[in-house]
Ligand binder design. Structure first.
Ligand SMILES: C[S@@+](CC[C@H](N)C(=O)[O-])C[C@H]1O[C@@H](n2cnc3c(N)ncnc32)[C@H](O)[C@@H]1O
Length: 180
């Protein structure tokens, strides 16, 4: 692929809150996560691995969202050493189905969270779980689609900020539409 719509210089500095996807397989999911980050006010989406490049090559034409041209307020960054790019204050939160994880229902989100998600066809590898400080599970009967899991966590963060009296966004405020 000649020109990819993400930074892969290895020189980006982590800014929280942010989302990290470990070795995602489908470009469409990464594009959806980019959109979610924009919707929920997160400025960086990081990912490891190169599988989405192969996925993009296999597509003859992608729908607009999947072309990942919009949502320019979010930076998409490929970096296999992404944990090294954040300051010490970062709180990596592994979002994964594990026996010992805290339930998202009772979780109060750290301000400087980096939410880490596993790939569509696997889970966060042990070697990367060691970088994580908190471990949460979304209490569902089955595993969610990757982008859906990101959506639930982003919404939960926003809802709990609202419950704590901190929410800035109001309905109709986005895209300068005003109230309808
Ligand atoms: C589609 S799931 C991975 C598939 C799963 N390991 C399997 O094959 O059954 C992709 C990622 O979404 C997140 N995820 C999905 N459902 C989740 C849940 N209920 N709780 C926590 N994380 C979840 C995790 O980060 C997971 O690695």
């Amino acid at each position: 692929m000649r020109d990819v719509p993400w930074d892969r210089t290895g020189k980006c500095k982590g800014e929280t809150p942010a989302i990290a996807l470990i070795d995602p397989k489908y470009a469409a999911n990464v594009a959806k996560v980019l959109r979610l980050a924009s919707c929920f006010g997160m400025e960086q989406v990081w990912f490891t691995g190169r599988r989405i490049e192969a996925d993009l090559r296999d597509q003859s034409r992608l729908p607009r969202e999947e072309r990942m041209k919009g949502y320019k307020d979010v930076k998409l960054i490929q970096d296999d050493r992404l944990f090294d790019r954040f300051d010490d204050g970062v709180v990596p939160v592994a979002v994964e189905v594990r026996d010992s994880s805290e339930s998202l229902a009772d979780f109060w989100h750290p301000e400087d969270a980096l939410y880490v998600f596993g790939p569509e066809d696997g889970s966060i590898p042990k070697v990367l779980l060691r970088h994580c400080h908190r471990f949460i599970v979304i209490p569902t009967r089955h595993c969610l689609n990757l982008a859906t899991a990101v959506s639930v966590v982003c919404w939960d963060r926003q809802l709990k900020e609202h419950l704590a009296g901190k929410t800035a966004t109001t309905p109709g405020e986005w895209e300068n539409r005003g109230y309808e």
